[in-house]
Design a protein around this ligand. Sequence first.
Ligand code: ADP
Ligand code: MG
Length: 272
Amino acid sequence: MATLRQHWIARGGSSGLIRLEKVTKTYHTIGHVRVPALCDIDLTIDRGEMVAVTGPSGSGTSTLINILGCLDVPSSGRYLLEGRDVVPLSKRQRAKVRASTIGFVFHRFDLLPDATVIRNVELPLVYAVRSRVRHEHALRALERVGLGGHDNDFPIELSPAQRRRAMIARALINDPKVLLQDDPTTELDVRSGQEIVQLYTELNDAGCTVIFSTHREDVAASARRIIRLSEGRIASDQRVIGRIHGPRVAARRRNLRSVRASVTNGSAGNNE
Ligand SMILES: Nc1ncnc2c1ncn2[C@@H]1O[C@H](COP(=O)(O)OP(=O)(O)O)[C@@H](O)[C@H]1O
Ligand SMILES: [Mg+2]
């Protein structure tokens, strides 16, 4: 059976998923004050990358993620998504592109408390896909985020990190080409935040392109490429050397974790 990573690559080759050319974003406040949020951003992101966009508060990280997620448009410049400039598209056309290509994790849109986890995850497909197919997609998405077996739980029965996982499953249901999130660890305690970052690493190991913003250094450090913004400009773009990825690395990491667990339990060597 083809691995997930092979599946992703088969869906579109290995490069050039996202390209920004001279992208600028200026907000206009009610008092007609111009607020420059992004200036002259040139950026290419390939399939299979795991990218953290970081910088101090106000540096433009959310603005960049919103533009990449087709939730907002640049004031000038081009945004090529799979080679197609999405800037001239209407809001409705952009929504279509988003639905077919992007998995945007909206943590502000919480899970519906009265619906089971699987119903929540199915939501994006409610009007688009027959219920049996929808159900299968949702079960697969839940497996991918490590929530297999929790389909009939209600959100209140899950931990904060599990609820966040369910939101990620909701974004994965369409099998998107890129997973995007603004500040994935916000409002989470340190441990839950680490759990979410670890999940993103595992999804990326399985071939998923992941892009998120963060103001936290430790969270940014978990990515394989770190783009630092300063006052709306790219101050640095660093690929983390040695952070190769792929299913074999995921397996090695799992082995390492089980060795670490046995060291903690005082049975080191049994796994060697
Ligand atoms: N809707 C908006 N209207 C006016 N100014 C905005 C708006 N959103 C963001 N900004 C401004 O744009 C700049 C970048 O904001 P943002 O992208 O939210 O930064 P970050 O997420 O890195 O904190 C900041 O100066 C912020 O105040
Ligand atoms: Mg922000």
